[in-house]
Ligand binder design. Structure first.
Ligand code: HEM
Length: 370
């Protein structure tokens, strides 16, 4: 947990920023290569590559370089797991309904794929831990990344560290990629919000946006409109739409008896858009709710529990501060540099369910440099 403390996370802002700018630079190259002044990109794919690279450098001190080299093995592996083809989706739903011990033992191609993917990720994680351990022993490693901080704490065996790495690779990559995709969706749907945000970014972050500009936490965390847009996006479209818990003992929920061992579905998506908790405009994208006096952290909701994007309590998201900072840098770099529009003006959203939710088939957008 100390490795995920804000006092460490603040050292990672320059990494979040430089990877975000690498992403925008690569997107600019697609425009330069197109015959017109704009190009069409699939933003979910770009988001996924950027967040994989970020968790690599900031989490483990290793650049997977998937922004430059999309056929990187880890990127391909994650695409298989989070893939969007119909069979993968149907199997995922089916497996989710079966008990875990049964689901994982079925002789399905999907289970083989998941088994192979786990092996790939485990091999990558184990080699990273071994590399870092030998650097640490030779006295040359004092990284700011999460793995270095955790290893230097001395509290973990190398086998523990491999498991921890696999968890935050899985938990911290597609989640933030989904958040960025939803932010782009919301900004294309609300061009007035997009242009107001761009004005704030270009005015307040001028030096960070200059060539070779860097970023620190005080610079970006103080922007009210950026905060409002990010918070509102994650409220309406929480990247983890639902999760499960099992009751440890007999209990009651709203006076309903619930015996021990019952699976309970927690649905951040439903809670975050409940009209009872958020008022009649709960389902509308309204960044202004985070701008009224005293509402920057609550959006005006009376209870902290009205917002379950990162859950609450001892098993909530450990990477919350990491994710928020990374998300801020990605959105700021993208929106400051490009005007974003749906490729198809009449685009109708269809949602693809899965471990993280996102627009079905990806999100194709038209980008033009401002
Ligand atoms: C916008 C991005 C993110 C969202 C919305 C998010 C949300 C969540 C949620 C809802 C959980 C609880 C899942 C459950 O128990 O069912 C969780 C767990 C977790 N998250 Fe995140 N997360 C995000 C980004 C990250 C990042 C960037 C990291 C790491 C750098 C991370 C690391 C973790 C870990 C390690 C857990 C497991 C904690 C535990 O079980 O004790 N997350 N996250």
């Amino acid at each position: 947990m100390p490795a995920f403390n804000f006092r460490h996370i603040k050292d990672l802002y320059p990494i979040f920023w430089s990877k975000s700018r690498e992403m925008t630079k690569k997107i600019s190259e697609t425009i330069a290569a197109s015959p017109s002044t704009e190009s069409v990109i699939e933003i979910r794919e770009w988001a996924s590559r950027a967040t994989l690279d970020i968790i690599g450098v900031a989490g483990m001190g290793k650049d997977f370089d998937s922004l430059t080299n999309p056929s990187n093995e880890l990127n391909e592996t994650y695409r298989k797991i989070f893939g969007s083809d119909r069979t993968a989706q149907a199997v995922r739903v089916l497996l989710g309904l079966l008990p875990h011990w049964l689901a994982t033992r079925l002789p399905l191609q999907r289970n083989d794929e998941i088994g192979n993917a786990i092996n790939t990720v485990k091999t990558v994680a184990a080699s990273l831990v071994a590399e870092k351990r030998s650097k640490l022993e030779s006295g040359s490693a004092h990284g700011t990344d999460i793995l270095s901080v955790a290893m230097e704490s001395g509290g973990f065996s190398d086998a523990d560290l491999v498991n921890q790495l696999m968890t935050f690779l899985a938990a911290g990559h597609e989640t933030t990629a989904s958040a960025l995709t939803w932010a782009v969706y919301c900004l294309c749907r609300n061009p007035d919000v997009q242009s107001r945000l761009r004005t704030e970014l270009r005015t307040e972050l001028a030096s960070a946006l200059a060539q070779d500009g860097t970023m620190n936490s005080t610079e970006i965390d103080r922007l009210p409109y950026l905060n409002a847009v990010l918070q509102e996006t994650m409220r309406i479209f929480p990247p983890v739409p639902l999760t499960l818990r099992e009751t440890a003992h007999d209990t009651t929920i709203q006076n309903q008896f619930v015996p021990a061992g019952t699976t309970v579905v927690i649905c951040p998506w439903a809670i975050n858009t409940s009209t009872k908790l958020w008022g009649p405009d709960a389902r509308e994208f309204t960044p202004e709710r985070w701008l009224k006096p005293g509402t920057a952290n609550t959006g005006g909701a009376e209870s902290n529990y009205a917002n379950c994007t990162f859950l609450h309590g001892p098993r909530s998201c450990i990477g919350k501060d990491f994710a928020k900072a990374e998300f801020a840098c990605l959105v700021a770099a993208l929106v400051a540099k490009f005007e974003l529009q749906f490729e198809d003006e009449g685009y109708v959203l269809k949602i693809q369910s899965g471990i993280t939710a996102s627009p079905k088939g990806g999100l194709r957008i038209r980008v033009r440099e401002v």
